[in-house]
Design a protein around this ligand. Structure first.
Ligand code: PMP
Length: 351
């Protein structure tokens, strides 16, 4: 395996106050960087002090958006042990995304060793207050300086770390969401199923407009403005009388790790979880008839984020009277307890 060199910082930063971490505001003392060049393979793998990257201004990441990332977490459990939540899932998803974006994925050992060594170097940064964790952002970029439109022959893989608190400043309060009928996050054949930076660039304008109208997130619909895809940067679940529905993966939805964990958990409880197409028209009908009991988003950052209101075609529709529902609470508690080690891990999610 490519050797990983380590240079530790001579100027460690002060730790941020653990009750005011927010999300992605603070970065640790170190980062991991490794480089790849076609014909040469992976080289210059190192842990080094957190610092700016020097890149050729012609690098493909700047012009053609060859950028892909992952989002995962490490936890300091009450026993003092430091654990990762489903790192293999994130490695596999990174590989799928790299193939779609014509970037080189790092070998698995390099990914796992880089991750472990970096978290060890920055161990003092892992918070242990309620709902805190170390958010991990592995990233791949096309770094070759060349202006022809073709895949970069060079890739940089880096990992940065950010101690985080609750994703939402207001805690797990249900959010108001806007069903978006103009902008799309992704379309069939596009990049929606991978964690390409371009998907987030595509999402910003609609999210900003929704926020200006008083909605926290966008409910993303498909090209026909009917099929529900995702909510904000999360997968979405609808709890109804006879079934719990999450949109089936259709090629433009990102297969979230949390989505998978929630499905696994619900199945283990013999709850009727179904992956199928669900339209905004059906959801509004089921709100009207009283069949829709709860709705929530799932993702690494917030774990579970209840939906209190959906705005569709000029009208606000309350879900569960705008309150957090029992299943949202149950799933949040279950997954976060396994992460924190206060509950056994029957699913082998912890490494
Ligand atoms: N969809 C999108 C667009 C996302 O950015 C995320 C967060 N990474 C998710 C879904 C949820 O994925 P995960 O559960 O793996 O965090």
């Amino acid at each position: 395996m490519t050797k990983i060199n380590t240079t530790l910082t001579k100027n460690p930063k002060n730790l941020p106050p653990s009750d005011k971490l927010g999300f992605g505001q603070y970065f640790t003392d170190h980062m991991f960087v490794a480089k790849y060049r076609e014909g040469q393979g992976w080289y210059d793998a190192e842990i080094l002090p957190y610092s700016p990257l020097a890149l050729d201004p012609a690098a493909s990441v700047f012009h053609y958006g060859q950028a892909l990332f992952e989002g995962m977490k490490a936890f300091r459990q009450d026993s003092g042990e430091i654990v990762f939540f489903r790192p293999e899932f994130n490695y596999d998803r990174l590989c799928e995304g790299a193939a779609r974006l014509c970037l080189e994925a790092p070998p698995k050992e390099l990914f796992m060793e880089g991750l472990k060594k970096l978290v060890e170097a920055d161990e003092r940064w892992i918070p242990n207050g309620p709902n805190t964790s170390l958010y991990i952002r592995p990233t791949l970029i096309g770094s070759e300086g060349f202006l022809g439109v073709r895949p970069s022959h060079e890739t940089i893989f880096f990992i940065i770390l950010s101690p985080v608190g609750s994703y939402y400043a207001e805690g797990a309060k249900p959010v108001r969401i806007w069903a978006e009928e103009t902008y799309l996050r992704a379309a069939p054949g596009g990049l929606g199923a991978v964690k390409a930076g371009a998907n987030y660039a595509s999402s910003l304008k609609a999210a900003l407009a929704a926020r200006q109208k008083g909605y926290a997130q966008v409910l993303w619909l498909d090209v026909e403005h009917q099929g529900i895809e995702e909510v904000g940067t999360m997968n979405v679940f609808f709890v109804m009388d006879k079934e719990i529905v999450t949109p089936a993966l259709n090629g433009s939805i990102l297969a979230g790790g949390t989505r998978g964990s929630v499905i696994q958990y619900l199945k283990s409880k013999n709850l009727p979880i179904v992956e199928r197409k669900i339209t905004i028209t059906e959801v509004i009908e089921k709100i009207k008839s009283g069949e829709l009991k709860e709705a929530f988003g799932t993702g690494t950052a917030a774990v579970v984020s209840p939906i209190g209101v959906i705005h569709y075609q000029g009208k606000d529709w309350d879900i569960n009277k705008g309150e957090t529902g029992p299943l949202s609470t149950q799933i949040f508690t279950e997954i976060t307890s396994i992460q924190r080690g206060t509950k056994a891990d029957p699913f082998n999610w912890i490494t």
